[in-house]
Design a protein around this ligand. Sequence first.
Ligand code: GNR
Ligand code: NI
Length: 171
Amino acid sequence: MAPRDIIILPDKRLRLISKPVDKIDGSIKTLVEEMFETMYAAPGIGLAAIQVGEPKRVVTLDLAKKEEPKAPQVFINPEIVWRSEEVRVHEEGCLSIPEFYEEVERPAQVKIRYLDLDGETHEVDATGILSTALQHEVDHLNGVLFIDHLSKLKRDRVIKKFAKAAKRAAE
Ligand code: GNR
Ligand code: NI
């Protein structure tokens, strides 16, 4: 199986609201495999299906360090069912906004409900990088990017830079 192309800002598809998965069939399993291949090749710690152009509520994640064994995780139809008052600031990046990194403030802890590939419901209390990464990915499913959490000045600067780059590439 081949990695898929990752769509990049200002691709409008990044603003789509992804649709819930109603049946975990072979096409979803294939999509998940392609997402892992794409995510590992990039490399990234997480990927939302819309980043490969599929507006479906599917997220892959692997938070293992380089020297550790792979720890693939799949989240289907993930929902944030609780957010802490306490916040945490973490530097984020996004494969759809390459080579731009900025600190983002989000709830420190979240409870996420999701389905696994067998359609079983799970809940996870996420803290640390798991919390940050899952919030970043659930945002993608709602057409939200991490730059939306920055000041308008910073966000507009990034959007302008990527719009210019896309225009140059099209010439
Ligand atoms: O690879 C990624 N790293 C990352 C670092 C901090 C916070 C979020 C992320 S997710 C990102 C991959 C990506 O764009 N997922 O949507
Ligand atoms: Ni991202």
